[in-house]
Each structure stands twice: as structure tokens, then as C-alpha cells.
Design a protein around this ligand. Structure first.
Ligand SMILES: Cc1cc2nc3c(=O)[nH]c(=O)nc-3n(C[C@H](O)[C@H](O)[C@H](O)COP(=O)(O)OP(=O)(O)OC[C@H]3O[C@@H](n4cnc5c(N)ncnc54)[C@H](O)[C@@H]3O)c2cc1C
Length: 453
């Protein structure tokens, strides 16, 4: 492995992968450092094997989708099946305790590029059914495709099972990063795709955690006083059909009842192309709770809750007795942690103004996911009327000239982060950060253009 590259990317989740691929396609030499044994981050190891509807998801994610499409069973487009808000538990014998997305062969990738403009699930069933579509994928196929396309560029050195461990910086420039194997890497520019902003934090960048007080950004939905609430975390699991129906036994020491909240949470479920189901509890753990426990203890406790939750589903909803547990995600799905102080902080004002009223001249991506938090502190700020733009400055940590943050730790307020965090939006950030780091002028940076008004 050589020690000097044009671009060094730390973290190979959605944002980091997209940054590495984009930089290599632009001709740069790239090193991508990933601490896990595979690429994809939360969207692979965290079990989020779906891309929700969102505007602007062209470029890298669409190219990846095109890579997966010829592989049998690797990917599909989904539409709404059942939703508890559209059903009556007393009337509907197939009542579902949450929301369900099913594979819909009549839909295409272009149909997944819009969320905004509805009044939400509770008030707009017909429009949500017509408008909200996602992509579901097999994680092994996704991780392999990511690896393959990087290799095909001939310009990416990929180091899996290798963690970033330290940074050298001066005068607002990162000079080198140290790895946990003792190596030192230098590069012209560095991109932080670690999801938690670890490279930026090590370089001394400021960060926000929890909800900002209203006085910080004057956001209408912000609390008067700031606090340490973060979005809830979920341990996702997958079940597979069985021809021997029944209720699976609870592991020793796991109570059957819900011991961590008043009642078992709702579930967001989607169908894989092979008929398996992916289940996402909303949520498994309050944000504050997992932060207080620490990651390892939170993951262990979440495994117990998954077992109890699966027991609950199987005993209360007969359809689940026709499935057995196949896989529990090896990584806890963390929706929010630190957000780095950047040249510009995206806020609820941007989300509410939308593209038609935002004044920025450096917008490099668009998005339109709702303001969406899970857990007791849920701020139901709702759906958006139109897509909003994300300025390039949200990716540039304040005070640095060759460091970018292209992951969920980018320059977002807590409320903006609850909307901006989708996997494909992270890919847009990675794409833009890499292009900028490669010298592409801001006017030429990709802005998702496939929003269908
Ligand atoms: C439960 C849940 C459900 C979600 N549902 C959806 C959904 O339906 N649709 C959707 O689009 N989005 C969804 N999201 C959001 C989305 O999955 C994430 O926000 C997004 O994938 C984050 O991408 P990222 O690139 O910021 O980080 P990640 O994907 O987390 O990638 C960070 C990478 O950095 C690596 N890393 C960390 N530290 C180091 C280090 N020291 N050295 C080297 N590498 C390091 C990690 O191993 C990881 O691979 C969901 C999120 C959660 C938690």
C-alpha cells in the first residue's frame, strides 16, 4: 500500500463509498479505510436494506441500482401494502401492527424519487400509495457491487478491517491520518464518512449533540432549552418463511413482556425479493438510552429486546408463525449522534423554505424526507411541501480547507438531520464532497434533477 493519495476517505458506508467511487471516477487516486469487514455501513451491517423514497437520488445510487438490477433477486422496487392507519383492528383480519412495503414489479427506480407533497400517511392514503416507493436490496449483493465498482476503477485502495486511529493537522489542513495497524496515510484531501464525524472530532472540529435550544437556530420546532435527546436506535432483523409454523422459543433470561416501555412498538416491515421480511422496530431503544449505555451494552440489550419483540409478534399475529428468525443485524442502527460544526448548518428553516425560497448559491444535493424522529422525544414535524437543497458548506468543517464531512454527521441541526439522514442522501453528500475535493467547480457539482413535480 502506498502512503500518499489524492483523496483519503474514512468510513465505507453510503457517504464514504460514494465519495471514494466519485473521486476515482474523476481520475483521483483514492484510499478507502473501513473498520468493518465489508462496505455499506448501516445500509448493509445495520440491516437497513432499503432506500426510502427521496428526491435527488440520482448519480451514485442510481448507478448502483443499475449494477444490481441484472442480478436475479438482488433488488426490487416497493410500494405500500398494509398500514395500521388504514386498517381497523376489529374489522381487518389481516390487520398489521405497523407499515408494510411489498415488492411492486410495476414500478421503476424513477418512481422512488419523490416523497414530499403529501399530508402524510394518516391523511393521504391514496397519494401515499401512489407516490411513496422505495428500493429494497440484498445486502450481500450490495456490498459486493460496491466493492466491484471500486475495483473496476483501478484507482481505489480499499482497506477493510482497518480503523482510523488518529490525525495530524495544522493551519486548517489535515496532513495525515494514522490507522490502527500503525500505518500513516497522507493525501491532498480527506473525507470523513464515519457517520459519527470521528476524523473531524479528532481534528478538533466543534460538534453538536442532542436537540439545539430554539435560541441556537430559531427553529420553530426546537425545544426552548437544548437537551441530549437523539433519535431512537433500532436493531433490525430478518425472518424467512418456514413450512413448520409455530412460535419460536424465547432465549433463557428474556421475559416475554415488554419491560422497557409501556407497550411493544410498531414495526416497519418490507419484503425482500426472495420472500423474506425485514423488521424495523420503531424504535428498539430511546436515543438517550443507547448513548448512556454505550454502544456495546446497547447492542446486547437490543438483542434481548429483539427476541422479546419477535415473540410478541408471533403470539399476537398469526401470520408471523409462518416465519422463523433468520438474521439479526450485527450492528445497532443508530439514527443520530454528533453533527460537526460546518461553514453552514442546515436547519428547519431550509427544510420549510424548500428550493423555491432558499437563497444559497452552492446547493449540491436535494432531499425531501420528512422531519422524522423515533422514540419518546419524537418531534412530529411532518412532511415537507417541496424538496430542499443542501449547500456544499454543510460538508466543510469550519476552519478547514482540505477536510470534508460526507455522512450523517454533516452540518445539520438535529431537526434537519432527522430528514437529511437517508442512505441515498448520504451518497449525494459523498458524491459532492469528492467532486469538490477533486477540483470540480461548485457550479458543476451534481444536483439531483429527477424530482418529479
Ligand atoms: C434503524 C434505521 C432505519 C433506517 N431506515 C432508512 C430507510 O428506510 N431508508 C433510508 O434511505 N435510510 C434509512 N436510515 C438512514 C440511513 O441508513 C443512515 O443514515 C445512513 O446509511 C448513514 O450513512 P453514513 O454514510 O452516514 O454512515 P454509515 O452507513 O453508518 O457508515 C459509516 C461507516 O464508517 C465506518 N467507520 C466508523 N468508524 C470508523 C473508523 N474509526 N475507521 C474506519 N471506518 C469507520 C463504519 O464501519 C461504517 O461502515 C435508517 C437508519 C436507521 C438507523
Amino acid at each position: 500500500m502506498k502512503q500518499r493519495y489524492d483523496i483519503a476517505v474514512i468510513g465505507g458506508g453510503g457517504g464514504g463509498f460514494a465519495a471514494a467511487w466519485t473521486a476515482a471516477r474523476l481520475g483521483a487516486s483514492v484510499v478507502l479505510i473501513e473498520k468493518a469487514d465489508r462496505l455499506g455501513g448501516n445500509a448493509v451491517r445495520g440491516g437497513v436494506h432499503s432506500w426510502e423514497a427521496v428526491a435527488g437520488a440520482t448519480g451514485v445510487p442510481q448507478d448502483l441500482y443499475d449494477q444490481l438490477r441484472p442480478i436475479p433477486g438482488a433488488v426490487g422496487v416497493s410500494s405500500y401494502g398494509r398500514h395500521f392507519l388504514w386498517q381497523d383492528p376489529d374489522r381487518d383480519s389481516d390487520y398489521f401492527p405497523g407499515g408494510e412495503m411489498v415488492i411492486d414489479p410495476t414500478r421503476s427506480y424513477a418512481d422512488t424519487l419523490r416523497r414530499c407533497g403529501t399530508r402524510g400517511l394518516a391523511h393521504d392514503e391514496a397519494r401515499c400509495r401512489e407516490q411513496w416507493h422505495g428500493v429494497v436490496f440484498e445486502p450481500d449483493a450490495m456490498a459486493s457491487a460496491m466493492r466491484r465498482v471500486l475495483k473496476e476503477t483501478g484507482r481505489v485502495t480499499l482497506k477493510l478491517n482497518t480503523a482510523f486511529a488518529g490525525v495530524e493537522h495544522d493551519d486548517g489542513r489535515v496532513r495525515a491520518v494514522q490507522l490502527d495497524n500503525g500505518r500513516r496515510i497522507t493525501a491532498g484531501a480527506f473525507i470523513d464518512g464515519t457517520a459519527d464525524g470521528l476524523l473531524c472530532l479528532a481534528a478538533g472540529c466543534g460538534a453538536h449533540i442532542g436537540r439545539e435550544a430554539r435560541s441556537v437556530f430559531n427553529e420553530p420546532a426546537a425545544p426552548e432549552a437544548g437537551d441530549n435527546h437523539v433519535n431512537g436506535a433500532t436493531l433490525i432483523f430478518r425472518v424467512t418463511p418456514t413450512d413448520r409454523p409455530g412460535v419460536e422459543p424465547l432465549p433463557d433470561g428474556v421475559p416475554a413482556e415488554c419491560w422497557w416501555r409501556p407497550a411493544f412498538p410498531l414495526v416497519s416491515m418490507f419484503h425482500y425479493p426472495n420472500g423474506d421480511r425485514n423488521l424495523n422496530m420503531l424504535p428498539t431503544m430511546e436515543g438517550r438510552e443507547w448513548m448512556a449505555l454505550g454502544y456495546r451494552a446497547a447492542l446486547a440489550e437490543s438483542r434481548r429486546r429483539v427476541a422479546a419483540y419477535w415473540r410478541y409478534l408471533q403470539t399476537h399475529y398469526e401470520e408471523f408463525q409462518h416465519y422463523r428468525m433468520r438474521w439479526v443485524a450485527p450492528a445497532l442502527g443508530v439514527r443520530e449522534s454528533r453533527r460537526i460544526v460546518c461553514e453552514y448548518m442546515l436547519t428547519q428553516h431550509d427544510l420549510l423554505q424548500g428550493l423555491s425560497r432558499q437563497k444559497h448559491d452552492d446547493i449540491i444535493a436535494i432531499a425531501d424526507h420528512s422531519m422524522d424522529t423515533h422514540g419518546n422525544q419524537a418531534q412530529r414535524c411532518g412532511e415537507l411541501a417541496e424538496p430542499y437543497g443542501i449547500p456544499l458548506r454543510c460538508l466543510i468543517p469550519r476552519g478547514f480547507t482540505n477536510l470534508y464531512v460526507a455522512c450523517r454527521a454533516a452540518g445539520f441541526s438535529s431537526i434537519a438531520a432527522s430528514s437529511c439522514r437517508l442512505t441515498r442522501t448520504m451518497m449525494q453528500l459523498g458524491q459532492a464532497a469528492a467532486a469538490k475535493a477533486c477540483g470540480v467547480p461548485v457550479e458543476a457539482l451534481h444536483v439531483g434533477t429527477r424530482f418529479q413535480a
